[in-house]
Design a protein around this ligand. Structure first.
Ligand code: ACO
Length: 319
């Protein structure tokens, strides 16, 4: 039993917000600094009433349409998010309710910006075990809710959005290999170190980051896990048609591509227009590249995530 990606979808809320728009909103920043340091030109920001499950719903509808399935056909729904609608129920259950699916296994995965790669790997293992046949895997985030808009070093980096894929049981291989890792010793370099306790927020409810430490860590583990996952799939990195890394920062993408010896014209880049959408970034980029015809059936795609925890992982997929 194998598993294949049979449909993709994505959704971005509202109109693009430019770097100049952020400066006009009173953030002490400018287009030159943001573009030069990160490659980001635009991001999308959800309205106050829009939640991760709302964005995930739109992306899921598109992925279901692409796969030619109804929500009732799904027997597994996994949502990767660090910005859930509620503490509970899970965003996956809320999404399930909105889609009108009754009875599928549904749960959230929390691995921050690696969340989608973790969720896709879990779906693959459920399907290969024979227990499930049709999975919806979603990355959905409203990071704008956990940003300190007075911290110009972080608030300019992120955006909101959702991406989704349908994964189905198949007689022929689709997902060729997976690799997941974490090292909690590095939890302090990227975190939202707060919680709700006794009706109050305790600690700090905003994203905090040591940017330079994150940068170095991300480049190292993204190149290591790319090699590990290609080895596990029995392919050389030169056989990969497209690299889709987590879209944190164009300089991280370029440094990773250099280390894994892939030219930038084989790297799908959306960070310039989406910013960093955490768990949504990889499925958003995959869907964009499928819909614009770059990623085609039969091609090999290397998906990579890295994020708070620290967590990192990769999946090699034959589309
Ligand atoms: N606009 C203008 N100036 C700014 C801004 C801003 N938005 N933010 C910071 N600055 C200023 C600082 O105040 C500082 O000024 P000073 O020298 O007068 O004190 C100067 O720019 C340099 O600040 P640094 O924080 O040292 O800038 P650095 O060169 O490290 O770049 C950055 C920061 C872009 C965050 C970089 O460290 C980076 O790319 N890190 C990777 C982190 C990342 O991408 N995280 C995403 C989440 S993690 C993930 O998804 C895996």
């Amino acid at each position: 039993m194998f598993s294949r990606i049979t449909g993709t979808g994505s959704f971005l809320p509202g109109a693009p917000v430019s770097n100049d728009d952020l400066a006009r909103r009173g953030i002490d920043t400018n287009d030159d600094w943001i573009r030069g340091r990160t490659g980001i030109r635009f991001r999308h920001l959800a309205d106050t009433g829009q939640t991760a499950s709302d964005l995930g719903f739109e992306a899921s509808r598109r992925a279901l349409d692409a796969a030619g399935l109804q929500a009732s056909d799904l027997d597994l729904i996994i949502v990767a998010t660090s910005t859930p609608d509620f503490i509970f129920p899970s965003t996956a259950c809320l999404l399930q309710g909105k889609l009108g699916n009754h009875g599928a296994t549904a749960f959230d995965v929390q691995a921050v910006c690696s969340g989608f790669v973790f969720a896709l790997t879990i779906a693959e293992k459920f399907i290969r075990s024979g227990s499930h046949r049709r999975a919806l895997v979603v990355g959905a985030e409203v990071f704008s809710r956990i940003l300190d808009w007075n911290d110009r070093g972080t608030c300019v980096l992120f955006g909101d959005g959702a991406g989704a894929v349908i994964v189905e049981a198949s007689d022929t291989p689709g997902i060729l290999s997976t690799a997941l890792h974490a090292d909690g010793a590095h939890h302090g370099i990227l975190s939202v170190p707060g919680s709700v306790c006794g009706g109050k927020v305790t600690g700090d409810p905003f994203l905090r980051m040591d940017g330079q430490a994150v940068f170095k860590f991300a480049v190292r583990v993204l190149s290591e896990v790319a090699a590990e996952c290609c080895d596990a799939a029995g392919i050389a990195s030169s056989e990969v048609d497209w690299l889709i890394p987590h879209q944190a920062n164009i300089r991280i993408l370029e440094a990773t591509a250099r280390k894994v010896k892939m030219p930038m014209d084989k790297v799908i880049v959306t960070v310039d227009r989406h910013g960093n959408t955490s768990a949504a970034s990889v499925p958003l980029a995959l869907d964009e590249a499928v819909r614009d015809g770059r990623v085609r059936s039969g091609q090999k795609v290397l998906l990579e995530g890295v994020g708070g925890g620290f967590t990192w992982g990769a999946v090699v997929v034959e589309m």
